[in-house]
Design a protein. Structure first.
Length: 113
């Protein structure tokens, strides 16, 4: 699941996440960008798994996505889906379709462990 995707906004977003020192465990690209079937109207779906559940962390990540979009002015929309590790494990346990999609088509962009 590890492959490079060409998106300036996504590159800037990843750098901002790395510099933020937020408790991020992994960042996974999924959806049309991960499949390579995106169009000019596609958004960039990114799953961000955190080590703790905290709405402030969610807001900070969304703000970083917006900053990356604004700085690059590429017209790309990053849609971060932020979940904590426990929630992601529940997705796995219940075999939710989003979990299955991420496992089958997702591309790990960054992992801390």
């Amino acid at each position: 699941m590890n492959e490079a995707v060409s998106s300036k906004s996504l590159e800037v977003f990843l750098e901002k996440l790395k510099k933020s020192h937020l408790p991020i465990l992994s960042v996974i690209l999924f959806g049309s960008y991960a499949r390579g079937h995106y169009t000019i109207d596609s958004d960039i779906d990114v799953l961000i798994i955190t080590g703790e559940k905290n709405s402030q962390i969610n807001h900070q990540i969304i703000a970083l996505a917006y900053q990356a979009e604004s700085e690059t002015d590429e017209g790309e929309w990053i849609l971060p889906l932020v979940v904590d590790e426990k929630q992601y494990e529940k997705w796995k346990m219940f075999r939710l379709s989003i979990y299955q999609n991420i496992q089958s088509e997702g591309k790990v962009l960054w992992k801390t462990r």
